[in-house]
Design a protein around this ligand. Structure first.
Ligand code: NAD
Ligand code: TYD
Length: 362
């Protein structure tokens, strides 16, 4: 297909980028997926202005944005989405908001749900209020497939399914979404929602299964598999998730939700553990069954037809994405070794010590 006029340098697959707003606020842009999204935007031939607002919690890391730190169209603002003054200062300078900022780890939500309500629910409300006042072009809420709750095989969750969250994390994300829906219906705020699946790749804080298991394997530590390791997830490579969000921002219908997922047969924990052992050349005996997570959702699986109709599809298989990711963690010990210290081990001890067999914890 011929490239539309006025898009020099854009490949056929990137023509969607012309629909992007000119000035974009990315909250939570110093985290895992948010930073991939920022790197994607600033790598476009004609990039928008990007402002990152981030509180730099334990999961936020300016090293994730090091490669764009000097980009003329990028600015970092240190601030909390729960703070109306910080939000106002950032929102005044943009045409749209993409909200990645969140507490994002299920096990932490089980230990301490309060901070999840604060950021994922109240913080979303503060952002929506600012969007309402400024009459912005778009408000994209980055949500998760976990809002659907556990889905029985062989069903796939579609965007019109009811939200049945079961973990404190999923409930707080569903709460954020519900407010988006209300602000759209009541005040006409032009909200769009994405529901991404389990994401993995470079720069992921080593607490979710894939980066935790890779770094534990590289350190010769146990890989603690919850229960029988049969719970399944749809695993998506981070750059594919980031590009999906950018396409929805450029082309999505106001008021709609979009599932972004690999869409293959979901993968169980045992398969993840086995693949990490193989790719890192580790001892299979590191894989250790521990007590199950309370309320463990046993299956997430997404229908991704809507995204595919928009022209999006993943560029990685789990095999190729996992291989790249393992290589990255092998090469970037300078990034993750400093993270696995101090406060990281405080969390690790609280979460894993009660689970018999999780191995020695420093
Ligand atoms: P992350 O935990 O790596 O990063 C979260 C970022 O938000 C960090 O930079 C942190 O400093 C920042 N932040 C937290 N609280 C804040 C606050 N109150 N104010 C400002 N900044 C704050 O998360 P992630 O894995 O990159 O996830 C990003 C978004 O995508 C989240 O909304 C999450 O719910 C959603 N999501 C994640 C996944 C996944 O598998 N990781 C899948 C689907 C959806
Ligand atoms: P996780 O990466 O925490 O993502 P989520 O629970 O948000 O989907 O967990 C993915 C799967 O891996 C889930 O079934 C729980 C399992 N898991 C383990 O078996 N051991 C672990 O140490 C972790 C963190 C997760």
């Amino acid at each position: 297909m011929a490239e539309p006029a006025g898009s020099p340098g854009l490949g056929a697959g990137e023509s969607w980028a012309q629909g992007l707003p000119l000035r974009i606020l990315v909250t939570g842009g110093a985290g895992f997926i948010g930073s991939a999204f920022v790197r994607l935007l600033l790598g476009l031939p004609d990039p928008p202005q990007v402002i990152v607002l981030d509180a730099l919690t334990y999961a936020g890391n300016l090293a994730n944005l090091a490669e764009v730190a000097d980009h003329p169209r990028y600015r970092f603002m240190h601030g909390n989405i729960c703070d109306p003054a910080a939000v106002e200062a950032a929102v005044a300078e943009v045409d749209c908001i993409v909200n990645f900022a969140a507490e994002s780890h299920v096990d932490r939500s089980i230990l301490d749900p309060g901070q999840f309500i604060q950021t994922d629910v109240f913080g979303t409300y503060v952002l929506l209020e600012a969007a309402r006042r400024h009459g912005h072009g778009r408000f994209l809420q980055v949500s998760t497939d976990e809002v659907y709750g556990d889905v029985e095989a062989p069903r796939l969750s579609t965007e019109d399914d009811p939200l049945r969250p079961r973990s404190p994390y999923a409930a707080s994300k569903a709460g954020g979404e519900m407010q988006c829906r209300a602000y759209h219906a009541t005040y006409g705020v032009p909200v769009i929602v994405t529901r991404g699946s389990n994401t993995y790749g470079p720069y992921q804080y080593p607490e979710k299964i894939i980066p935790l298991f890779i770094t534990n394997a590289l350190e010769g530590r146990a890989l603690p598999l919850y229960g029988r390791g049969t719970a399944v997830r749809d695993y998506l490579y981070v750059d594919d998730h980031a590009r999906g969000i950018a396409m929805v921002l450029a082309r999505g219908a106001i008021g709609a939700a979009y599932n972004i997922g690999q869409g293959d047969a979901p993968i169980d924990g045992q398969t993840v553990a086995r693949s990490v052992v193989e790719l890192t050349g580790s001892d299979p005996a590191l894989v250790t069954h521990v007590k199950d997570r309370p309320g463990h959702d046993l299956r997430y699986a997404l229908d991704t037809t809507r995204m595919r109709q928009m022209g999006w599809s993943p560029t990685r298989t789990l095999a190729s994405g996992l291989e790249e990711t393992v290589r990255w963690y092998q090469e970037r010990r300078d990034w993750w070794e400093p993270i696995k210290s101090g406060a990281f081990w405080d969390f690790y001890r609280r979460n894993y010590r009660p689970l018999a067999g999780a191995g020695p914890v420093p």
